[in-house]
Ligand binder design. Structure first.
Ligand SMILES: Nc1ncnc2c1ncn2[C@@H]1O[C@H](COP(=O)(O)OP(=O)(O)O)[C@@H](O)[C@H]1O
Ligand SMILES: [Mg+2]
Length: 265
């Protein structure tokens, strides 16, 4: 990992009418790291990811990705920037009318000039990387288990060989075993593809397993950003409730580094 900033958010405000979702947010994501964005339901994690994708417009402030301001970029430059990231939206967000194959092929068809044979090879390879056998390629999303939907969503997110991957709640709604399998898959993809990852989640186990750094979003602000050990040590009511409840403590026991006040598993 180095200090090169892949995403830089400066003085970001997001307001929807009277509702303030983000108040003066500063955040950098460094090349190669997994930054986990945590916060309660409705705290603005998804909207912050949408800001990093240029899908929302800041009320104030700026978002830069790969050094380009999303607000100031020309359409052609924005398109080139978009080609360098992959996105997994909450729940997998597969197109229900498209087969597994066509879901993964979609970004290739939209963004690359490839012939059918090349598309086929890339789709089969990406499905293989997420542990889905080619024989499932013609299935429809409704025929898949929750875990498989996540895998196909991840295959689609890495179809364009991105440098940067945005994952919104990749484990939400999965039972613990399936959730752990998806976390292991994300870990493997991060390692093998040398990705920079921004992951929004309220899943403590996923956060503990994957995070290089954690950013905590509470009441419109980032109240802590840093290594898990630094964040856990911060005096803040939300942090105490979220990380140091019984459930939180159990999850933190699996941390790679010793944490203040937490016995190791
Ligand atoms: N397009 C929108 N218009 C108005 N309010 C929105 C819009 N999108 C999100 N919000 C509000 O922004 C807040 C943060 O939402 P969200 O980012 O989805 O939270 P999280 O992902 O942390 O659960 C919520 O109160 C939500 O209702
Ligand atoms: Mg969300």
């Amino acid at each position: 990992m180095n200090d090169e900033c892949i995403v830089e958010i400066n003085g970001l405000w997001t307001c929807f009418g009277e509702t303030v979702v983000h108040r003066d947010i500063d955040l950098s994501v460094h090349r190669g790291e997994v930054l986990v964005l945590v916060g309660g339901s409705g705290s603005g994690k998804t909207v912050l990811i949408r800001q990093m994708l240029g899908l929302e417009t800041p009320t104030r402030g700026e978002v830069r990705v790969f050094g380009h301001s999303l607000q100031a970029a020309e359409p052609a430059e924005l398109a080139r920037t978009r080609n360098r990231w992959g996105v997994f939206f909450q729940g997998g967000a597969l197109f229900s009318a498209l087969s597994v194959f066509e879901n993964v092929a979609l970004p290739l068809r939209e963004r690359r000039q490839l012939d059918e044979e090349m598309i086929r090879d890339v789709v089969v390879l990406k499905l293989e990387m997420v542990g889905i056998e080619a024989k499932h390629a013609n299935k429809m999303p409704a025929e898949l288990s929750g875990g498989m939907v996540r895998r196909v969503g991840l295959a689609r997110a890495i179809a364009l060989e991105p440098e940067l991957l945005f994952l919104d709640e990749p484990t939400a709604g999965l039972d613990p075993d399936r959730s752990e399998a998806v976390v292991k898959l994300i870990e493997a993809l991060h390692r093998e593809l040398r990705l920079t990852v921004v992951l929004a989640t309220h899943d403590l186990d996923a956060m503990v397993a994957l995070s290089d750094r954690v950013a905590v979003l509470v009441e419109q602000r980032l109240v802590a950003v840093g290594a898990l050990s630094e964040v856990v040590a911060k005096e803040h009511p939300f942090i105490r409730n979220f990380f140091l409840s019984d459930r939180g403590r159990r999850a933190l026991q699996a941390a790679k580094e010793p944490l203040p006040g937490i016995a190791r598993a």
